[in-house]
Design a binder for this molecule. Structure first.
Ligand code: NAD
Ligand code: 6OD
Length: 484
């Protein structure tokens, strides 16, 4: 059986307690994961502290940048191993992970190295009574040892989205991958060593949340800042943990995102984009759409086209090139999504398509498969319209005016993302600016430029990362004033 070890101070560390990694495709165990104890987490934090005060902290920016380029190259050199590990852990199609998850895993190191290399700080010359003057300049110091708590939906992408900028800014990290997806974080340890990243800079501890590695990292007094991606309730617990010691947190959390489709849109592009935003990664994307509002003149046509698209999705093995939808992450998550499928019916939805579990052949019958699902007919106050499901499903509602759709789309406790489909440029800007979200796409979805701010409003999070905004979280800006 494959053994997934912790990575502490540049070495792979076995532990006594193990937990099972279950394949979401078959329901069979595929690996033994070594759970980190409190003592293992203490060792990881101590190693991170020593590296911060030692070789990593003393490295010039140029040297650090070269090392991070080598990490990116190392991921690309072992692309197929990362791809196989990510797809085994998540059940996602290789066609998806080879275009998004793994290339982004590498890009997150290159791009944030470039950001750090190229960003200037502020400078203010100052007049003084003696006429000689003074200069002020900003200096960015690393924030210290960063605890990185990760989810399972885009494991390598979302972990490196934090680790890339954290290391580029000169910090060291203790990463707690999701218990569902331990493999690529561990594999990255080998790449770090091969790239010459000093021991202790990148550490990985496996385990769960409360009473396990997640809690040990976030409550550790020697962890200086915490960056988290995951569910809103977990984020709240982490924010409480960070209050002790007044430590900064960056929280990227859930969403209940609305797409708004106006009658003047490019219809085919709106269908293609909405198909992706609802069904990509089996609906397990925080930025994904679960509420679709369609202007009444094209409502019936839109519902019919999305139904046709959903019914054309091919579920199957990751390595099969024709697969365009994989599994949910686990049986537990399948049960959660199915409970919402039932709730939608109980709340009075019309099931346009799906609503259950597909029949899969052979060993796949034991996996966490789910049908792509579309509903219509729910009132705005239904729970299915308010709560994040995190599955391949959406509700489609008609609307008659811009004001009406803005009111409905914004009437939600989350505020992560929206996708607006229209050919009217003025309306596109107007609606994008009036949506209570951190990210608004117009005539696109998940079109990402890593230099741009990323984050959510309301229950979807606090803080922004991306480009220079990541520097704001991963460094402390000091003012140096020099009298001339
Ligand atoms: P989760 O909150 O259940 O788990 C995330 C991580 O937190 C895991 O590593 C888990 O072990 C750890 N954890 C759980 N309880 C903890 C505790 N008390 N202390 C410390 N660590 C703890 O989230 P998930 O189910 O892995 O991911 C799905 C969720 O993540 C969805 O809600 C999705 O919307 C959200 N998400 C948000 C973004 C974003 O950028 N906003 C991106 C991806 C996923
Ligand atoms: O692309 C990214 O940087 C990012 N943070 C994506 C998040 C996806 C959520 O599931």
């Amino acid at each position: 059986m494959k053994q997934i070890l912790n990575f502490i101070n540049g070495e792979f560390v076995a532990t006594e307690r193990h937990f099972d990694k279950i394949s979401p495709q078959t329901g069979q165990k595929i690996a033994d994961v070594h759970e980190a104890s409190k003592a293992n987490v203490d060792a990881a934090v101590a190693a991170a502290r020593a590296a911060l005060n030692g070789p990593w902290g003393r490295m010039t920016v140029a040297e650090r940048v070269q090392k991070l380029y080598a990490v990116a190259d190392g991921i690309n050199a072992r692309f197929d191993e990362f791809l196989a590990a990510e797809c085994a852990d998540t059940g996602k199609p290789m066609s998806l992970a080879s275009h998004i998850d793994i290339p982004r895993g590498a890009a997150n190191f290159k791009i944030f190295a470039d950001v750090v290399k190229n960003v200037a700080t502020e400078f203010f010359p100052m007049e003084t009574p003696d006429g000689k003057g003074a200069i002020n300049y900003g200096f960015r110091a690393p924030i210290g040892v960063v605890g990185v708590i990760c989810p399972w939906n885009l494991p390598l992408l979302l972990m490196t989205w934090k680790v890339g900028p954290a290391l580029a800014c000169g910090n060291t990290v203790v990463v707690k991958p999701s218990e569902e997806t331990p493999q690529t974080a561990a594999l990255l340890g080998e790449v770090m060593n091969a790239a010459g990243i000093p021991p202790g800079v990148y550490n990985v501890v496996h385990g769960f949340g409360p009473g396990s590695a997640g809690e040990f990292v976030t409550t550790h007094p020697q962890v200086d800042a915490i960056t988290f991606t995951g569910e809103t309730r977990t984020g709240e617990a982490i924010m409480k943990a960070a209050a002790t010691g007044v430590r900064p947190v960056s929280l990227e959390m859930g969403g209940k995102n609305a797409a708004i489709v106006f009658a003047d849109c490019d219809f085919d592009a709106a269908i293609e984009g909405t198909m992706r935003s609802v069904f990509a990664n089996c609906g397990q994307v925080c930025l994904g759409t679960e509420r679709v509002y369609v202007e009444r003149p094209i409502f019936d046509k839109f519902v019919a086209a999305l139904k046709q698209g959903a019914e054309g999705l091919k579920l199957g093995r990751p390595e099969d090139a024709s697969t365009n939808m994989g599994t949910l992450i686990s049986k537990e998550h399948q049960n959660k999504v199915l409970s919402y499928y039932q709730l939608a019916v109980d709340e009075g939805a019309t099931v346009v398509t799906g609503g259950g579990v597909p029949q899969m052949p052979g060993e796949l019958a034991g996996g966490s498969w789910i049908q792509p699902t579309i509903w219509t007919g729910l009132p705005e106050n239904a729970r299915v319209m308010k709560e994040e499901i995190f599955g391949p499903c959406c509700h489609i509602s008609p609307f008659d005016s811009e004001e009406e759709v803005l009111q409905k789309a914004n009437d939600n406790a989350y505020g992560l993302a929206t996708a607006i489909w229209t050919r009217d440029v003025s309306r596109a800007h107007r609606v994008a600016q009036r949506m209570h979200v951190g990210l608004a796409w117009v005539n696109s979805w998940f079109l990402r430029d890593l230099r741009t701010p990323f984050g959510g409003s309301k229950l979807s999070g606090i803080g922004r990362e991306g480009g220079v905004h990541s520097l704001e979280f991963y460094t402390e800006l000091k003012n140096v004033c020099v009298k001339l």
